[in-house]
Design a protein around this ligand. Structure first.
Ligand code: SF4
Ligand code: SF4
Length: 380
């Protein structure tokens, strides 16, 4: 296997609340040592671990962070983030400057998307607190000590006023090659200091990744304040109607479409980020046609594995393949994602998860194909 990935040499994700550094959303993180960073200004993107990982890559060896994010999936014949976003770019200087920085402000989020978890969303944290943990074939969805601690703290104490946030702003000023900044959540539009942060990075290209789980008033105020700035809204969605509402639990399809129109009416750029799971890949063709000519960035759900696109019955897979013919550049990637056969435990686990979700959230599953429901034992 060729272990090289240019993302390791160009990109960084920072989780402000938990002080974690990732090279991409899939990689395994490291926790930043604030005393070290203060003593070593300008090295946020060049920690000892990151330099070592890059060296290993150049020697064509595996590193723990990317094994967690990509290699272990590729070893099983599955798609990974690096195979999906391969650019052909080859940076070989382990001290190369960071060009893209994504900042996760906090875990505040009104949604609890099916493949997400309390680690990223307070919506999920509340659901677990109310209904208890999930344990699906050993995969746990549970609140950890950090979630419990943060839920007792105000947003201000958790995020943007922290020592780490102030160091991060200094690092951004020192990062001479930095071209683009992404703002992520939770839901970044819910963060009370969203506009203040934008103020610090207004000379960069800004991308806001949002699930649109915010009120109309809040969205309108934000849109008014950023009018004329070079900001792209990267909207998370991959399905339509009831599929969408089940996957992106907490926002209705009509509400979502209205908010997309609101953003467009204010003249902001829109693109989509679609995380394909087995639940969304069967409706993705409808979403693709809804999206019109807007750009769609594909991601693949690899965790939990029972929500991966390949965990589908043969009939649904054939149906997907038939629809792929109309989906241009996405066809090849999607057909690779669904190719592998599901294992018996993946099949049983997706059935178990759907049964539990549907009963806790009181949502019927009749929008999913009959063949799929029968195959994974839903409702039996
Ligand atoms: S986890 Fe994957 S996409 Fe991310 S840096 Fe590593 S190899 Fe690249
Ligand atoms: S909108 Fe994002 S953070 Fe919120 S639940 Fe969905 S995937 Fe998680």
């Amino acid at each position: 296997m060729d272990y090289y990935c240019s993302t390791k040499f160009t990109e960084l994700q920072v989780h402000v609340q938990s002080r974690l550094l990732y090279n991409c959303c899939a990689a395994y993180p490291e926790r930043v040592d604030l005393d070290w960073l203060e003593a070593n200004p300008g090295r946020l993107f060049h920690t000892d671990t990151m330099l070592q990982d890059r060296k290993l890559m150049l020697e064509n060896s595996s590193c723990a962070s990317c094994h967690h994010g990509c290699y272990k999936y590729e070893e099983q014949g599955l798609a990974s983030l690096r195979t999906l976003h391969k650019t052909g770019q080859r940076v070989t200087d382990i001290h190369a400057p960071m060009t893209n920085l994504a900042i996760m402000l906090s875990t505040d989020c009104n949604l609890s998307c099916v493949y997400c978890s309390p680690q990223y969303s307070t919506g999920w944290q509340k659901e677990i607190k109310k209904g208890g943990e999930y344990n699906i074939g050993g995969h746990k969805i549970a609140n950890d000590n950090w979630n419990n601690l943060w839920s007792k703290m105000k947003q201000k104490e958790r995020g943007i006023d922290s020592r780490f946030f102030n160091l991060l702003i200094k690092e951004i000023k020192l990062a001479k090659g930095l071209k683009a900044i992404g703002l992520l959540g939770g839901e970044p539009l819910l963060d009370n200091n969203f506009l203040r942060l934008i103020d610090h990075v207004r000379d960069k290209k800004i991308r806001v990744t949002t699930g649109l789980g915010v009120s109309d008033d809040r969205l309108k105020n934000i849109l008014k304040s950023i009018k004329g700035m070079d900001i792209t809204f990267r909207i998370s969605a991959e399905a339509t109607n009831r599929h969408f509402e089940f996957i992106r639990y907490g926002v209705s399809w009509n509400d979502f479409k209205r908010k997309v129109n609101l953003i467009e009416d204010h003249g902001a750029n829109i693109e989509y980020t679609s995380s394909l799971s087995n639940l969304s890949v069967i409706d993705f063709d409808r979403f693709y046609h809804y999206s019109g000519n807007r750009k769609i960035l594909l991601n693949v759900v690899g965790h939990p594995i029972f929500l991966s696109p390949h965990v589908l019955d043969p009939e649904s897979k054939q149906d997907c393949m038939d629809k792929l013919k109309d989906m241009g550049e996405h066809s090849t990637n999607i057909s690779k994602m669904i190719q592998k056969d599901a294992t018996t435990s993946e099949r049983n686990n997706v059935g178990e998860y759907l049964n539990q979700l549907s009963s806790r959230r009181r949502i019927g599953l009749d929008f999913l194909p009959d063949s799929f429901l029968r195959w994974c034992g839903v409702g039996q």
